[in-house]
Each structure stands twice: as structure tokens, then as C-alpha cells.
Design a binder for this molecule. Sequence first.
Ligand SMILES: CCCCCCCCCCCCC/C=C/[C@@H](O)[C@H](COP(=O)(O)O)NC(=O)CCCCC
Ligand SMILES: Nc1ncnc2c1ncn2[C@@H]1O[C@H](COP(=O)(O)OP(=O)(O)O)[C@@H](O)[C@H]1O
Ligand SMILES: [Ca+2]
Length: 530
Amino acid sequence: MLISEFFIMVNQPTLLSSQLFYENRVVEVTLNRVMLGLWKEIETRRKRSASFNCISKDVSYTERTKHHCWRCKDIIFHCLDKAQRQQWVQTINNQLSLLSIRPKRLLVYINPYSGKQRGKWIYEQRVAPLFSRASISTDVIVTESANHARDHLKTEVDLKQCDGVVCVGGDGMFSEVVHGLVSRTQSDSRVDQNQPNQDLVPCALRIGIIPAGSTDCICYSTTGTNDPVTSALHIIMGDSQPMDVCSVHHNNTFLRYSVSLLGYGFYGDVLTDSERKRWMGPSRYDFSGLKTFLTHQYYEGTVAFLPAKDNLGNPRDKIKCRTRCHICEQGANNGQLLSGDHVYKMAEENSDEETSGDGVWRVIRGKFLAINAACMSCACPRSPRGLSPYAHLADGTTDLILVRKASRLDFLRHLIRHTNKDDQFDMSFVEVHRVRRFRFAPKHSNVISEVDLSETSGKKICNQVCTAHPNNDTGHSNWNCDGEILPHADIQVSVHCQLIRLFARGVERGTTFDTYTWSVIEGSNLSWQA
Ligand SMILES: CCCCCCCCCCCCC/C=C/[C@@H](O)[C@H](COP(=O)(O)O)NC(=O)CCCCC
Ligand SMILES: Nc1ncnc2c1ncn2[C@@H]1O[C@H](COP(=O)(O)OP(=O)(O)O)[C@@H](O)[C@H]1O
Ligand SMILES: [Ca+2]
């Protein structure tokens, strides 16, 4: 069982301090009140972040390693006698019983078809042994169909019987769990999800993600990596990261929630095409991405948005969302989602402003290759800085990225910048706004494809992909909502600040503070050798 997170805080009151043996040396080990485990020894100079865990004869500890990954390691302390051992075990157990942040009972959903279909293996081989080592009991459900987890959470589960919900899979599986938990919380509180301006009730249970999917953007953006063991250790340590959720409505009817990407145009078309190629696994996105890029379709429509307050920075301010982010704290204090009725209409002009109860709406009309809303950075292995590198996990805003009609070459330059350190927003046809709400209305006429076959050497490929393009008939794209296709192009979106919490701590800074962080885990049979 993981007892606590331990910090080296020299002035904290000491609960227990003894000389123990470690690797044939005498070391001074101190346990302090604020769950402080100071392995004082001569070796504090080591300055590694770690947490240790007493299991059987070993003390195991988790250690932060490279690239935001955490690992479990073992260490053996030897006591002078049984009495000393008993004293340590007793004191640690007492501390353990005081910790309520660490989950003891988890409900686990595994999507066996996520990503490369290794979800079950990953859970059984890499995660379950750690949970059992930390004395966490689990109810494991391998899903049998899409929406199995969502519907189970919505209607069947006694939420009081568990301390958290874990999903093993990709962003789609996480989205299922979010829908189940958020909808259940609203129906238990008699809140009507169909009202776009309704304040929603935050979910009580935290959600853990064990990454096993195709994109794993939500896991990567909230931990800094897509490593299953790291995610398991964040769950065991009881980390908590609040997260914003966007609600998506069409004509005052609730459609879906979104926590990462809402993308119309390019990302909507990539998803629509890729759904027919699920058999290809994660590489379906590369194939459909190339195909959609060659199609070079643009869409006409009107975007209206309510800008965020100034104290929440802007999408190009270079302030990254990191553990204990102060911008997210501001967002929570602002109470970003203000209630009340807001009437706004789409302007016919290219750009306009409309006033409503809680601020000035801006209206922009144009032809767009992509309209993306990133409620978090959307960092993932394909794009390590993400769609909007300075977006925040829990500030109550989303970054609205408008990519206007541009040449294919310019669009390629823009896309490539998602994969390196260059600024993808520093281009004349791209604009980005930090917003609390937005609305999109497509132009109700067929959009003519901009493809000029004569300008590309890949004429033949281009010809094929254009004729096969899914949306040429309607002139509309689809919205990609965390990897699910939305049935309507005309949507209203509101951000709900910190509606859910994850077993994560956000992306950690690589500062010396982190390297001083220690934790201790304990097993009931702690038996140090005399
Ligand atoms: C020429 C190089 C172009 C490279 C462009 C790379 C840009 C990548 C940005 C990715 C943002 C991803 C945002 C997350 C989306 C996921 O929610 C969604 C569903 O994931 P999953 O459930 O795991 O399948 N994934 C996608 O929509 C895939 C987008 C890939 C676009 C190439
Ligand atoms: N047992 C199942 N059979 C089929 N589809 C499922 C099952 N369980 C979940 N799903 C659905 O699979 C889709 C993709 O899941 P996800 O875990 O995101 O994988 P990937 O990252 O590969 O897209 C989601 O829409 C989810 O609702
Ligand atoms: Ca946000």
C-alpha cells in the first residue's frame, strides 16, 4: 500500500527516526508528520525524486526517471531488532490509515480493441501487479461493445463502492468514461444537460487512464508521456489533476462532451476517412492524414466566440501548463462559466462584435481549412508540443485555432510545425484565440474543392483521393470530437472549468524541487532483517 508522498522539509516535526542498515552502511531514516520520509543518510546529495514502498522484506520506491516517466524500484533496510522493525511498521501503518487521497477500490474498464489491441495484455502484465502490490482492489470489466463502459457507468454502477474509475485504451475509451460519469452526476443531481449555459455539477470520482490507444493525447497531455507504468503509479500515489470539459450542443440539444480536440475541416475529415480503416490500427491516421492533406478541402462558415478574460494569458504567451499551474488556479477563481441566457446571432460581415450578458462576442466569417478547439495542449507522440502548446488543462478555456484557406504548401508548413519546435501560429493564414465559448455555423451551400490537380506532381493520387472524399456531396465537414464524429456541423460549445479530475499531476517541471520529492509505500509484511 502506498503510504504517502514525502517531502524533504527539514523543519517538520519528526514522527520516528532511527539508524538502520542499508547496503552495509548505517543510515539515518526519518519519518516526519507531513508524510515526510526523509532518508537522511549522508546521501541526500543524490537528489533523485523517489517514493519508496515496503513490501515483504523490501522497501520499494517509485522514482521519477527520464521523459516524465516513473518507475518502481526496491531497496532493503535492515533493522537492529524485531522491536525496531515493529515500531516502523506500526508508525507507517498509522500514517497510511490517515491518507484518504490514495484509492483503495477501483473500477477498471478495458477496451480490448484499442490501438494495437494490447490493452488486456498491458493491464494484466504491467499494471495489475502494481495495483496488487499497493493493496488496491479492482473490479475489471473487459468491454464487449462500444458504449459498454459509458452505459454501465450511467445506469448500473454503485459509485459509492469505488474510489475511482480507470480506463485502459485510447482517447475514445476515456471519452466513454467521461460521458458515463458526467451524465450520471448530472442525472443524480437533476441537472438538464440540454441547456448549453447550464452550470454542471463536478464529478466526485477521479479517472485514471492506462494508455493503450492510437493517439493517447489525453494521457500524454496530462502526464507528459504515454507510459502505462507511469500512469499506474500516478493512480497508486493518488495524484489529482482537475480538467476542463467542453459541452457541445446543437439547437439547444446536448450532443457530446469533449476534453481534448474539437476539429472541423482537416481533423474532421481525417477522422471520417480513418474510421473505415480501423483494421489498419494506429497507422490509419497517417494514411488518412496524407489523403486528407492531398484533398486540400476548405469549408466556408461563421465562427462566433466569447474571448477569455485577460488574466488567463493567451495562446502564444509561451506559458506552459505545468503541475500546480497558476493560470489554472486563476481560471478556477474566475468562475469562467457564467450562467444565464446568452443570445447571440451570427453576423453576415467578415468580422463583427456582438454583446451578451457576459462579454463581447467576436464573429469571424471565412473559408477555413481547419477550425480546431484545443481545450488542452493536445500533445501526443505525433506532436510532442501539441496542437496548442500553451493551452491549459484546467483554466476554463479552449484555444480556438482558425486556419484559413491557404496554398497546399503553406498548409504543409503549418502541419510540419506541429512536429518540431517552430511556431505553428506564426503564419499569416492562422489565427488563435483563447475562448470560453464558441459557435460555428457552416455556409449552407456546396463548397467547391480547391484542388488544382495541375499544380501537383502527385496528380494521379490526388485525383483518386478527391473523388473518394467523404464530404464533397454536402460541402460540410464533420466535427472530430475527441476521436468521435459528430452528426451536426452547426454547434455551440461551452467550457466547464474543472468539471472532472484525473489521477495525474499534469506535466512536471524538471526543477530541483521535483528531484527532492520522495514517497513511501508499505506492505503489511514488512520484515526487515536484524
Ligand atoms: C506532415 C506531418 C503532419 C503531422 C501533423 C501532426 C498533427 C498531430 C496533431 C494531433 C492532435 C491530436 C488530438 C487528439 C485527437 C484524438 O482525440 C483522436 C482520437 O484518438 P484515439 O481515440 O486514440 O484514436 N485522434 C485523432 O483524431 C487523430 C488525429 C491524427 C491527425 C494526423
Ligand atoms: N469492446 C468494444 N468493441 C468495439 N468498440 C469498442 C469496444 N469498447 C470500446 N469501444 C469503442 O472503440 C472506440 C475506440 O476506442 P479507443 O480506446 O479510443 O481506441 P483507439 O485509440 O484505437 O481509437 C471508442 O469509440 C469506444 O467507444
Ligand atoms: Ca483548458
